[in-house]
Design a protein around this ligand. Sequence first.
Ligand SMILES: C[S@@+](CC[C@H](N)C(=O)[O-])C[C@H]1O[C@@H](n2cnc3c(N)ncnc32)[C@H](O)[C@@H]1O
Length: 260
Amino acid sequence: MTDSHAEEYDGRMLTLLQMIWGEGYLSPGGPQAVREIAGGIDLGGKHALDIGCGLGGLDQVLLTLGAAHVTGVDVSAGIVERARERIRRSGLANRVDIQLVAPGPLPFADASFDIVFGKDAWLHIPDKAAHFAEVYRVLKPGGRIAAGDWMKAPGPYSRDMEYFFEMEGLTYHLVTLAAYGRHLHDAGFVDIRLADITRRYRAEAHEELARMQGELAGMMLAELGEAGNAHFVEDWRSLTVVLDKGELRPAQIWATRPAA
Ligand SMILES: C[S@@+](CC[C@H](N)C(=O)[O-])C[C@H]1O[C@@H](n2cnc3c(N)ncnc32)[C@H](O)[C@@H]1O
């Protein structure tokens, strides 16, 4: 992702995503998704890094799971400002530190974190090999990755997929789940576990579209205007198409940096 893409999530998009997924969340599943991804790991007293933290809602959940401290990083200055304000208001600023970073190498010393978390953010990172090399570097030996991310089906993108990207107005760099696993392996990770959750999110996305056309319609019209409302309903319809076809494939990922 180049700097020119850093502010792709505009105010309308942030409003819409939180209407659907809850205040502080820019990806599906809310607190339950964080518990599913990170809940199996002993976070007690640990220092977590959340790469692509968005508005920081997930970082608050990592604290409730026992993390002593969470550092959230994001490339969007607008999102970081909003996230800091949310965390300040929630009285957690001494335990959650939100930092603006440039895409690329992470501004942390080797072996700084016990866990690296990410939720549906690494799909924006073009160089997965460089990304996982950095994640490996900043993790302590024995440290864990726990993440959710979006994958693609093998082969070139279809016209439906290109249309979905156009509707989103976001830059995606998707790989297959198998390629993702190879990147993790090549970076040196072990105990790699990959779970494809397409079937479940497919059903949820259809429910989200129905809510947008039903109970959320009035709020969407009021907040986004008629054109904004129509745009995002079409965006979500295009999302259900690529999920139905199995071209867009959400997943959960776990891996470990070997103990020294
Ligand atoms: C779909 S949002 C998810 C945010 C958060 N993880 C959540 O689930 O609510 C993706 C986030 O990744 C951020 N992002 C994109 N490229 C990034 C990069 N190279 N490093 C860190 N964050 C990035 C975006 O600014 C955005 O906040």
